[in-house]
Design a binder for this molecule. Structure first.
Ligand code: TYM
Length: 336
């Protein structure tokens, strides 16, 4: 019996990469056997920066197919689209009324993104992004939230919002905890190990996309930056670039970076990089093949999303109704 719940979400903003896979999706697949799992495609978060409508539509279905192709099983987990469950924006609004501006101003994702999008303009949705994310989590009483390290601050805010609400109105929300993998919670860019691997990196050599072809994968690993020296040793301070590549290999092999170090003792960067490229090709090819098959049968994907939305709504609507009652809103059944 799965008696604990998890919820997580990914933005359908395209270019899903191995950082998203190792920090989030790989955990999603593993955890669905232990937990009652809800995996959301957060389209309402994606529109906090400008999106082309056709691209957003495509990226949403693509992400659903990537979830499925990676091994999220709709018989075990609920896969759904955020905008199919109106309770998210409703609870997000309520939480906005309890979130001091200063707490939102401190969010590093907001600071980064508002700098990056300064030219097109920064909108209120981007500022309020974390309260919507808190709603995503709190609606499902998720005890655990599997994410990469960059989401930690948002989960801390979610915890304090839940505590604030519970203290003011009585016990309503479960206080969630982040689940972050030790070595794969923060995968860095292949072109610059001082910055995290990112979907929005200007240079596509920054990341390996989950749908990159084998040749593209080999090319990107070949040009990935390394450090001075030639030993494959795990040392985050002295060898940040090589250590990042070692973390990628260890995460795909489900072993510790030190095991990778032992395996490459006395061998150079070239052999290590060749093996890493082949490992990535070996791991990503089956995912790409399943993705291709699913993309030929999108009706099946839409059906999974529709079922997921029904299931998610049943849970979310109940929590929302309870929260509304607690704050003094008149329930609809008091009128009819
Ligand atoms: P998003 O779409 O930016 O990223 C999806 C997931 O990938 C992780 N991630 C990484 N992990 C390791 N190394 C990296 N370089 C790397 N880059 C990204 C992210 O931490 C994330 O887990 N705000 C969230 C989406 C969201 C959400 C939620 C998450 C909305 N509502 C509720 C959890 C629960 C985001 O922007 O993820």
């Amino acid at each position: 019996m799965k008696n604990q719940r998890i919820l997580s979400g990914i933005q359908p903003s395209g270019n899903l990469h191995i950082g998203n896979y190792l920090g989030a999706i790989k955990q999603f697949v593993e955890l669905q056997n232990e937990y009652e799992a809800f995996y959301c495609i957060v389209d309402e978060h994606a529109i906090t920066v400008p999106q082309d409508p056709k691209e957003l539509h495509k990226n949403t279905l693509d992400l659903a197919m990537i979830y499925l192709a990676a091994g999220i099983d709709p018989k075990k987990s609920v896969i759904f689209v955020q905008s199919h469950v109106p309770a998210h924006t409703e609870l997000g609004w309520i939480l906005n009324t309890m979130t001091p501006l200063g707490e939102l101003e401190r969010m590093t994702q907001f600071k980064d993104k508002s700098e990056r999008h300064a030219r097109e303009g920064v909108y209120a949705g981007l500022f309020n992004y974390p309260t919507l994310m808190a709603a995503d989590i709190l609606l499902y009483h998720a005890q655990k939230v599997p994410v990469g390290e960059d989401q930690l601050q948002h989960i801390e805010l979610t915890r304090s919002l839940a505590e604030r609400f519970n203290n003011r109105f009585g016990n309503t929300f479960t206080i969630p905890e982040p689940l972050i993998r030790e070595y794969s919670g923060r995968i860095m860019g292949l072109d610059d190990p001082s910055k995290k691997m990112s979907k929005s990196a200007g240079n596509s050599a920054n990341y390996i996309a989950l749908l990159d072809s084998p040749d593209e994968i080999r090319r990107k690993i070949k040009i990935a930056v390394t450090d001075s020296g030639k030993e494959v040793t795990f040392d985050e301070q002295e060898k940040p670039a090589v250590s990042n590549l070692m973390r990628i290999m260890s995460a795909f092999r489900d072993c510790a970076p030190k095991e990778v170090e032992m395996r490459y003792e006395g061998k150079g960067y070239a052999e290590f990089k060749d093996d890493l490229a082949e490992l990535l090709v070996e791991k990503l090819t089956p995912l790409q093949e399943k993705y291709r098959i699913l993309s030929e049968n999108q009706d099946e994907v839409l059906l999974i999303l529709a079922k997921g939305a029904m299931h998610a709504r049943a849970v979310a609507d109940k929590t929302l109704a309870k929260a509304k009652e607690k704050i003094g809103f008149v329930p609809i059944n008091a009128i009819t």
